[in-house]
Design a protein around this ligand. Structure first.
Ligand code: GLU
Length: 507
């Protein structure tokens, strides 16, 4: 493949936010373009005014920016094929639809919605499905059965019409998809799709094909949901006499819990976020958080997304954008659908957190402590981070896993606390206080404390649990002996005494 030959496009419709599948399509197009030194174009396919959702375009641009997927050409970036909005290209589509009409590849159809509904009902009463196709088109109200004069009169008298593509029946159309291989479609099964709607607006199929040709797109990489349209698009290219680009239809992303395909329309029913960044539902106060707001790093998100349907053929899983570009190939895209697993997404975030984001964790903790007017040495802070970072997936989780290194627990886990409110506990705590007080400060290390507390005390299991409650407030956290060492003798004893007096108050 010639290097400067590759031109690909991401062509979203502004019908709402991008979901995981949408942004993955953008990413694969970008990786493919960059890998081959090609051009990545952003085109907005806004032909369907009824489904237009305000904010969508801004959302698309911001998402691409967050993911560091930067178009070379297109909406927001300009370029030689301006304009990149389909809504601003009507004049172009008009020229090309006329060419199809002239060559006999398209025809006017005057059937009203009412006529077509009637047909649908008639067919359905006979257990059949109506489709406007090569078998029945001459029985319908269109220019195929009219003389030139009749057609002229009809057009002049402002009849409402659409323009349909005239499918040639009886052909086994051979197509090739770079991911799925050879596909054969019987043109007898295709219907005469509308190319120009009654309001004069081109449909997606017409606009998409014309734009891909004019923008010199070499490879169409898009979601599998467009596979059924591939035959029509190929027939359109053929009718125009144009070269056909390569096609690659990317596998669907499915919900692991079996709720089927993910799309922006079924975002509610899923137990994982579906949008890359937050989506403010227009005309409502609803804001749906995205991966960005939930604390995922863009690098981790992009890394996860890249491997959601493609693999580099090596065992590693962590790749920078640069490495992804280097390794990417269409041959390694999976044919079958992919199950999305939020645990895996979290795993990626954790990896980036531990490998690259410790400084950000440090800054986050500093800010938390500053707000509480807690002044603590840098070294202590770094030690805390090293001790707890393994337990978190997101920066914001650091506080709930490390607060006890900085502040007194402000409450005790109720269940356990209620169970231990008795004289025996007080006695146990007193024993621990004596033991710890008798330990010289230089010996107050995790290793010494471990042998002291586990070898000399009979009821060590309960004592250790009590100490954890005293120091942390809940029964989680890192190794207890390390907590003791980190807090130091004085602070540890203070917390144990506090628990003791709280229990005393209760009994
Ligand atoms: N506008 C279509 C969409 O939003 C793009 C289909 C294509 O890439 O051909 O999915």
């Amino acid at each position: 493949m010639s290097r400067d030959f590759v031109r690909v496009r991401f062509a979203p419709s502004p019908t709402g936010p991008l979901h995981l599948g949408g942004i993955r399509t953008a990413l694969y197009n970008y990786l493919f373009a960059k890998k081959h030194g090609g051009t990545f174009i952003l085109r907005i396919e806004d032909t369907d005014k009824k489904r237009f959702v305000s904010n969508s375009e801004l959302y698309i641009l911001e998402t691409l920016k967050w993911c560091q997927i930067e178009p070379d050409e297109g909406v927001g970036y300009g370029g030689p094929h301006f304009p990149y909005y389909q809504s601003k290209r009507w004049n172009i589509y008009r020229i090309y639809i006329n060419k199809l009409l002239e060559k006999g590849y398209a025809y006017y159809a005057f059937d009203t919605d009412k006529d077509l509904d009637k047909k649908r009902k008639e067919y359905s009463n006979r257990g059949l499905t109506f489709s406007y196709n090569s078998k029945n088109r001459i029985t319908l109200n269109n220019s195929l059965t009219m003389t030139r004069e009749e057609l002229h009169t009809k057009l002049k008298s402002c009849y409402s019409y659409v323009i349909r593509f005239k499918i040639k029946p009886g052909e086994k159309l051979k197509m090739h998809d770079l991911i799925r291989g050879n596909i054969i479609v019987d043109t007898d099964h295709l219907d005469d799709k509308v190319l120009l709607k009654s309001d004069g607006v081109a449909t997606y199929h017409l606009a998409n094909t014309i734009d891909d040709h004019l923008m010199k797109i070499t490879h169409v990489l898009r979601g599998e949901e467009w596979l059924p349209s591939m035959s029509l698009h190929i027939l359109l290219y053929r009718a125009f006499g144009w070269n056909i680009p390569y096609f690659a239809h990317l596998p669907l992303i499915l919900n692991k819990n079996g709720k089927g395909k993910i799309s922006k329309r079924n975002a509610d029913g899923l137990d994982f976020p579906i949008f890359p960044i937050q989506w403010e539902v227009p005309d409502s106060h609803i804001i749906i958080p995205g991966y960005r707001e939930l604390g995922y790093f863009p690098e981790a998100f992009v890394n996860m997304l890249a491997l959601l349907g493609w693999n580099p053929g090596i065992k590693r899983e962590i790749f920078s954008m640069k490495e992804l570009i280097h390794l990417f190939s269409l041959e390694r895209i999976k044919k079958s659908s992919i199950y999305f697993d939020i645990k895996k997404a979290n795993w990626f975030n954790k990896k980036y957190l531990i490998n690259e984001k410790k400084k950000e964790v440090f800054t986050f903790l500093c800010e938390k402590l500053r707000k509480r007017s807690i002044d603590i040495g840098k070294d202590y802070l770094w030690k805390v981070i090293h001790l707890t970072i393994d337990r978190i997936h997101f920066i914001h989780e650091i506080w709930e896993h490390s607060f006890y290194f900085f502040i007194y627990p402000d409450s005790y886990e109720a269940n356990f606390f209620n169970k231990i409110c008795n004289r025996n506990t007080v006695y146990q705590l007193e024993k621990a206080i004596v033991l710890l007080s008798d330990t010289a400060s230089p010996l107050f290390t995790s290793v010494n404390l471990k042998s002291l507390l586990t070898e000399t005390i009979k009821e060590k299991k309960i004592i250790l649990k009590l100490l954890r409650l005293a120091l942390v407030g809940i029964l989680i956290g890192i190794d207890l002996f390390i907590i003791l060492e980190m807090l130091g003798k004085e602070e540890s004893i203070r917390r144990i005494k506090k628990l003791r007096s709280n229990i005393k108050e209760k009994i």
